[in-house]
Ligand binder design. Structure first.
Ligand code: UDX
Length: 508
């Protein structure tokens, strides 16, 4: 089939290459000439594993080409996929639909043949019906153009795989003819048994928004529980594992830590709230505002934990940040939790050095006030604390002993709860996590413990220094443990708990 893909961002560029991979003749169109010339040379304008290979293969095979001309797309294709971005409107919760409306308004009058126009962008429910109406009004006389909606569920970092082996295909149409057209496009995937859900326009639009709202809710749920774990001395990582074994819950999207970011989840839940409000259903999705707030609070909490690690103030401190992308395997820094934490710490007076394997250029243009380094070791030189904020595989492989020799203080916050803590502690690092007990984290900081005070210390505010408590180890008690005195008979009741500061610095 002859297909055009209008908009060659993360979604469109991948979709264009993948549709060609399925055997279609594809023309990718974008108004950004620089992007089009990169794609024409077989170079991806962003980092996405596997994309360059299928771009090159299909350009060479003559099934794929790129252009800046929508008129050319209108002449060429019998099916147009619209993959234009729908970012958050500045100063509002709602999605900005100006890009997609502009494309429809430019494409429709130029159509020279009957066709199907298929929206793939994430839009507020009801948008497709309005665009279908516009398509009908603006199409040249004698041309039949129909609108369908086919949301895309691809994840950055797995975009090629998610497009060629999707969990499901969702297609919203108003006619059997449109449905048949999309079945043709995806025939090779249907042959592999990919579930195909044929529905109306509104349900298809909502399928995407609801999926992202659910994923965001799942992440914020486990992060809210992580806070309770931290307060109660429980371990959110083990807890998530126990939840994950329950088939009704599942382990995916239950990784607690710094929370979600990116170009989709944050803006999609906000646009969902805004649209529900317009529809008079605001109360029903009010919890999504809380999901957003729990997520934002993670960033503030990470900053608090890091400040605590460096003794209460960032002024004059050196902070190394490992990770700038919103998640690993992408160079995307939109709504990146890592970058926001870095900027917040810089604003408190620290010298912040950021490393990321792929996202440094994007991070630098978004946050030019931060320092950037090409190597993690360089970012960590002289650091008072290291923050692990994006879980790139490279960081799992770092040698804690080697890194320990370049920092000023061996303190690390694992904002993603994936580092092999025992290895870091064994190399002498003080490790702090998000939602794990201090006994597992091995951190310096305040915690309350049921310690019985010895007789000379009658006042709960008495200061006691226990030295040589040993290193906190995973599942281990401190060695030698402070001596707990048995309660004496007829003795005045003593306070049964006190606040214990565990520190790696004697003077504190
Ligand atoms: C998301 C949806 O998954 C995808 O279906 C949709 O098409 C676009 O939006 P993406 O933004 O690429 O994809 O990232 P995703 O893998 O969903 O991760 C989103 C964020 O959640 C990341 O910041 C990630 O670090 C975070 N996350 C994910 C967690 O904090 N914990 C988890 O358990 C999972």
């Amino acid at each position: 089939m002859r297909i055009s893909i209008i908009g060659t961002g993360y979604l469109g560029a991948v979709h264009a290459a993948c549709m060609a991979e399925l055997g279609h003749e594809v023309l990718g169109v974008d108004s950004d000439a620089a992007k089009i010339s990169l794609l024409t040379e077989g170079r991806a304008p962003f980092f996405e594993p596997g994309l360059t290979d299928i771009l090159a293969g299909n350009l060479d095979g003559g099934r794929l080409r790129f252009s800046t001309s929508i008129a050319e797309a209108a002449r060429f294709a019998e099916l147009h996929f619209v993959c234009v971005g729908t970012p958050q409107l500045p100063g509002a919760l709602a999605a900005d639909l100006r890009g997609i409306e502009a494309v429809m308004d430019e494409l429709t009058p130029k159509l020279t043949r009957d066709c199907l126009v298929v929206g793939k962008s994430t839009v507020p429910v009801g948008t497709a019906a309005l665009l279908a109406d516009r398509l009908g009004r603006l199409a040249p006389a004698g041309i039949t153009a129909e609108l369908a909606w086919n949301p895309e569920f691809l994840r950055e970092g797995f975009a090629v795989r998610d497009t060629l082996q999707p969990d499901r295909l969702v297609v919203g149409t108003s006619s059997a003819r449109a449905d048949a057209g999309l079945r043709d496009v995806y025939a090779p995937l249907l042959e592999l048994g990919t579930p195909y859900i044929s529905t109306d326009l509104a349900t298809a639009e909502l399928a995407k928004v609801a999926a992202n709202a659910f994923l965001a809710t799942k992440i914020s749920f486990i992060n809210a529980v992580a806070d309770v774990c931290e307060a109660a001395g429980a371990d959110v990582v083990t807890l998530a594992e126990t939840l994950g074994h329950d088939k009704r819950i599942g382990r995916h999207f239950l990784s607690a830590g710094l929370g979600f970011g990116g170009g989709c989840l944050p803006k999609d839940i906000r646009a969902f709230v805004a649209r529900a409000d317009e529809l008079g259903a605001a109360d029903s999705v009010r919890f999504l505002t809380e999901v957003d707030e729990v997520n934002n609070a993670r960033r503030r909490h990470a900053v608090d934990l890091a400040r605590d690690l460096v003794g209460g103030s960032f002024a004059g401190r050196r902070v190394a940040i490992l990770g700038a992308a919103f998640k690993p395997n992408t160079d995307d820094v939109r709504e990146s939790p890592a970058l926001e934490v870095a900027a917040a710490i810089r604003a408190e007076g620290a010298l912040v050095r950021v490393h990321d394997p792929k996202a440094i250029d994007n991070a630098r243009s978004k946050r030019p006030e931060l320092d950037y380094c090409d190597e993690p070791e360089k970012a960590c030189e002289g650091a008072d604390v290291v923050l692990h904020l994006t879980e790139w595989k490279d960081y799992l492989e770092l040698d804690p002993a080697r890194l320990g020799s370049v920092v000023r203080a061996t303190r690390i916050l694992d904002g993603r709860n994936v580092l092999p803590l025992a290895r870091w502690r064994d190399a002498g690092w003080t490790v702090r996590s998000m939602g794990r007990p201090s006994a597992l984290s091995g951190s310096a900081g305040q915690r309350t413990a049921a310690v019985r005070l010895p007789p000379p210390c009658r006042s709960p505010s008495a200061g006691i220094v226990v030295t040589g408590a040993g290193r906190w180890g995973e599942g281990r008690r401190p060695r030698p443990s402070p001596r707990l005195l048995p309660r004496q008979p007829h003795q005045e009741p003593l306070p049964t708990s006190c606040s214990v500061t565990i520190s790696d610095r004697l003077e504190s």
